[in-house]
Ligand binder design. Structure first.
Ligand SMILES: *Cc1c(COP(=O)(O)O)cnc(C)c1O
Length: 425
């Protein structure tokens, strides 16, 4: 059998994650010596015998415990597929997770996870803003199932969380704290360790509250929530992990005890990633560190340029936080690097922001983020258009705000593009 821990070592030497991205989870002898795992484009798998098929189903349906060293058999691609299995093993490495589940979208990962753990009367709390799809799921869908979803402004931090938990018997009914940090598009940070402490003290004896962190913006290179006490980490793998703006996928990572039930729900909802998506993600993981490091370096040049520009009023960038700012203390504790997401406000309003966006030549005007190419968008009228205007101002999304996801282009070219576009403002 394949020994997970042994594969992470050369003798006593521990191999780094970036070195494992070309091999971990796959052995060429499984597939005719192919250096890369082939795509198993099949819906179903042929059993060696009726007895083997029976044994596979007993394990898959939980009719009996797995025997020592017994592997889950391949049955049907909604339950499992070799490419998906290899990808999930490899994806665990950066976050030091025990197990991973991969989905056909980030929203599939979020909704499948939420419906695995939440029941009528349960309380879910979350700092706002969160991703638009997540916001809709929480505010519009969950209440239809009797789940109380309560948001609070991320700028209020732990105090905001304590405030909403203080009402009625919410603390006892709390089943999930869902945190997206840094917040999009304002880059406000939420203290993961403090949230984990509150989760551990909430809920009831049988069903303790879980801390779930959407780590799409900094992970899995620059922030590791599981190490900070989170129970589960979620990703839109569409963004940095996929990294080429050519696929949609999501992930849920954590201890086997929590990820296994999520996989059972996934099998029934049918939200698993297909063979082609899985293969593309394996390809992407090989260059993840190269891409994210290059994007992070570029973002610093771009943010410094913007901060010095007379037509720019404010820049929201983690690399500009300063000693003495409580946000800096959280940053130092939980982030390994500032990532490559920048928001800034041009002098003026929506018209000035639009003039800048329309003048860009190299940076593309599009939503999404984390790809090789730089993208710019207007949160107020695009990604966050459905946030009511008064809430938008309250959480810091102003009409003059532009968000950039910095790519791997040469930083001089990005700055030249922004410079000529700012002249039009
Ligand atoms: C994009 C995104 C999602 C949704 O992911 P999809 O892959 O588009 O379904 C969730 N959370 C965050 C933070 C995102 O940026």
């Amino acid at each position: 059998m394949w020994d997970k821990e042994k594969k992470k070592h050369i003798g006593d030497h521990e191999v780094k994650p970036e070195s494992l991205m070309m091999s971990y989870g796959y052995a060429p002898e499984w597939s005719e010596g192919a250096a890369k795992p082939p795509i198993f484009q099949t819906s179903t798998f042929v059993f060696e015998s009726a007895e083997a098929g029976k044994a596979f189903f007993e394990v898959a349906y939980g009719l009996r415990e797995k025997k020592p060293a017994e592997m889950s058999g391949l049955i049907y691609s909604r339950l499992n597929n070799p490419g998906l299995e290899i990808l999930e093993d490899r994806l665990t490495v950066w976050d030091c997770a025990e197990e991973a589940a991969v989905f056909e979208s980030g929203m599939a990962a979020i909704s499948t996870t939420v419906f695995t753990f939440l029941r009528p009367r349960d309380v879910l709390v979350f700092p706002e803003p969160v991703y638009g799809g997540t916001e809709y799921l929480f505010h519009e869908v969950l209440p239809q199932f009797g789940i109380e979803a309560v948001g609070f402004p991320a700028v209020e931090g732990i105090e905001g969380l304590e405030r909403v938990l203080g009402e009625g018997d919410r603390r006892k009914r709390l089943r999930m704290i869902f945190v997206e940090t840094p917040a999009n598009p304002t880059n406000v940070l939420m203290d993961i360790e403090a949230c984990a402490r509150i989760a551990a003290e909430s809920g009831d004896d049988e069903r303790r509250a879980l801390l779930v962190v959407d780590n799409t913006f900094l992970g899995p290179l620059f922030q590791h929530p599981l190490k900070l006490g989170a129970d589960l980490v979620l990703y839109s793998l569409t963004k940095y992990v996929g990294g080429h703006s050519d696929l949609i996928a999501g992930g849920c990572l954590g201890p086997t005890e929590l990820v296994e039930p999520v996989k059972v729900t996934r099998t029934i909802f049918g939200t698993m990633a297909g063979p082609w998506t899985s293969w593309l993600l394996l390809r992407s993981l090989e260059t993840l560190k190269l891409r994210m490091t290059s994007e992070m370096k570029n973002a610093r040049y771009v943010a410094d340029f913007l901060a010095d520009h007379p037509k720019v009023e404010r820049v929201h960038y983690l690399g500009h936080l300063e000693e003495g700012d409580p946000q800096f203390e959280i940053y130092r504790k939980q982030c390994v690097g500032p990532g490559a997401m920048i928001s800034f406000e041009v002098r003026g309003g929506e018209a000035e922001a639009f003039r800048l966006l329309n003048a860009l030549k190299l940076i593309k005007l599009a939503v999404s983020l984390g790809g090789t190419e730089s993208l710019a968008e207007h949160p107020g009228t695009m990604t966050h258009a459905d946030v009511p205007p008064e809430d938008r101002m309250h959480i810091g999304i102003t009409p003059s705000m532009v968000r950039i996801s910095v790519g791997i282009e040469h930083p001089d070219d990005l700055i030249a593009d922004l410079e000529q576009a700012l002249e039009k403002v």
